[in-house]
Design a protein around this ligand. Sequence first.
Ligand code: ZN
Length: 204
Amino acid sequence: MVPSLKRLLAALRRLPGVGAKSAQRIGYHLLRAEKSESYELARSIVNLAERVALCSICGNIAETTADENRRPVCEICSDPERDEERLLIVEEPYNVESFERTGVFNGRYHVLGGLFDPLAGIGAEELGLDKLRRRIAEAAYNEIILATSPTAAGEATAAYLRELLEPLNVRLTRIAVGLSAGADVDYADEVSLRLAVEGRREMH
Ligand SMILES: [Zn+2]
């Protein structure tokens, strides 16, 4: 195999869900296809790396602007039409997309970027929980909804957040486990996710 193809296959295999067979199929497909297809794929990947960053307010993904002095702010944080009184806390940016698709929530989000995982060294500091606490203390939310998955790590994270936010005296709710226990928020379909938000319960 020529070195250039070998290099591409090695890069593809580092992607989630791409094994040796798929990498080879993609590699040979690109060799046969119009060059423009390869260029567009390569440019879109470079563009993603250069122009997409985490929102400085909520941790969701945000498109950056040419102005380097301006901190990245996502579409939801910069939308004046959103409900300022509700905050939904999720694990990952793609969870925001899932809740947005249900259309059941019109407030603000906060993305943790992970869950408690003591074995992997992920704790309060890694999840930026101090920043989250400050954000909530400085705003006037009527309700904070915890939407971490009903898995062991998701529940542990929710329990920690409850303790952390308790002194702030704000209403805390947890999405219902209409999703079967142990199921991940990422794999829930829109209907279950909507029911989970609608059936949320008080945490106090
Ligand atoms: Zn944001």
